[in-house]
Write a protein that binds this ligand. Structure first.
Ligand code: IPM
Ligand code: MG
Length: 372
């Protein structure tokens, strides 16, 4: 067995179902540490609405400081009706955006992969679905999310604006990541933009194109975002790595998530100049809060991304994913992915069943064709 690894993990449960799905991720990480003899030290801090209530701000300095010192960060979700009336800049979401910005996280990867036992719950017919396995690489620190904005009232008419702006270095650094990711997958990169209308997209397209001279093994394609949305829905298996701006990536990743059956299934990882951040892409789902019906899978897969991409613990990550597949093959389903004849369970029971399956897989490594 490999050497023991010692890591500090900051947990940011946040709002709504955030705390429940964070518990699921932490349970999986704890189990990995125990079986593989690692030491993971967890520290928990408030963010979002919870932090507004506790400290008057969505990203308290203590939270940001702890994240700066961590080896990896896990975030549940932020936002909720309680804080909906607050203006942009003071909302729970600001906590997450300031965290991404404050940590220099400019890369966001969202893998959208069909889990074989869940093929039946996709809204797409089998022949259209194919072997859906793609990754959305979303720029995370620029674009309209962070551009100049404002509002005025002139002669009684209100006006508000947000601006989309990208510089060549900003495009190059995210494209470098996407090209490299594509090199290590099926070597196809689709860059998504709206270059038929937006100047910023024209620079985007030109910059990404110029870089293809360096990444000669990668087949580059460009697509307008409206067409990309349609192609995703019609034949998602044509895509390998999709590269996009902050705003387009936000939209496309929710659309892509629907194809595998539930937004509750999709994980994400963000990278930049400091500790990486892992979070499921679903939101705080206020209507599900307290009902134990949130799907923990997006969160659990975010934990496996942490194991694999932050700590280099591929074996541990494979082990969790294989165990998860068997739990799903055994028919266990949270309400969002239920099917006739399924074993309907809440999120906490699902996580517990997974933990037991992980232990079984560990003990019977040979039987499952999986080994240390
Ligand atoms: C996401 C979310 C966030 C975003 C919100 C909560 C600020 O929708 O991670 O996709 O828009 O980036
Ligand atoms: Mg989103």
């Amino acid at each position: 067995m490999g050497t023991t690894m010692k890591k500090t993990i900051v947990l940011l449960p946040g709002d709504g179902i955030g705390p429940e799905v964070t518990r699921a991720a932490a349970a999986v990480l704890r189990e990995s540490a125990q079986e593989f003899n690692h030491q993971f030290d967890f520290m928990e801090f408030p963010i979002g609405g919870a932090a507004i209530d506790a400290a008057g701000t969505p990203l308290p300095n203590k939270t940001l400081d702890a994240c700066r010192k961590a080896d990896a960060i896990f975030l549940g979700a932020v936002g909720g009706p309680k804080w909906d009336a607050l203006p942009v800049g003071k909302r729970p979401e600001t906590g997450l955006l300031d965290l991404r910005k404050g940590l220099g996280l400019y890369v966001n990867v969202r893998p959208v992969k069909l889990l074989e036992p869940l093929r039946g719950i996709s809204p797409l017919k089998a022949d259209r679905l194919g072997d859906l396995d793609l990754e959305i690489v979303r720029e995370l620190a620029g674009g309209m999310y962070f551009g100049e904005r404002g509002n005025t009232t002139e002669k009684g008419v209100e006006r508000a604006w947000d601006t989309e702006s990208y510089s060549t270095p900003e495009i190059e650094r995210i494209a470098t990541f996407a090209y490299t990711r594509a090199e290590n997958r099926s070597r196809r990169l689709c860059s998504v933009d709206k270059a038929n209308v937006l100047t910023s997209s024209q620079l985007w397209r030109r910059t990404v194109s110029a870089m293809s001279a360096v990444y000669t093994a990668v087949k580059l394609e460009h697509m307008y975002v409206d067409n990309a949305a349609m192609q995703l829905t019609l034949r998602p298996s044509q895509f390998d790595v999709m590269l996009s701006s902050n705003m387009f990536g936000d939209i496309l990743s929710d659309a892509a998530a629907a194809l595998v059956g539930s937004i509750g299934l999709i994980p994400s990882a963000s990278f930049g100049s400091s500790a990486p951040l892992f979070e499921p892409i679903h939101g705080s789902a206020p209507s599900l809060t307290g009902t134990d019906s949130a799907n923990p899978i997006g969160s659990i897969l975010s934990a496996t991304m942490m194991l694999r991409d932050a700590f280099g613990l591929s074996l541990e990550a494979d082990w969790v994913e294989q165990s998860l597949n068997r739990v799903l093959a055994g028919g266990y389903r949270t309400p969002d992915i239920t099917e006739p004849g399924a074993r309907a369970v809440g999120g906490s029971v699902f996580t517990e069943v997974l933990r037991e399956e992980m232990q079984r897989t560990f003990e019977h490594a040979e039987r499952y064709g999986w080994g240390v």
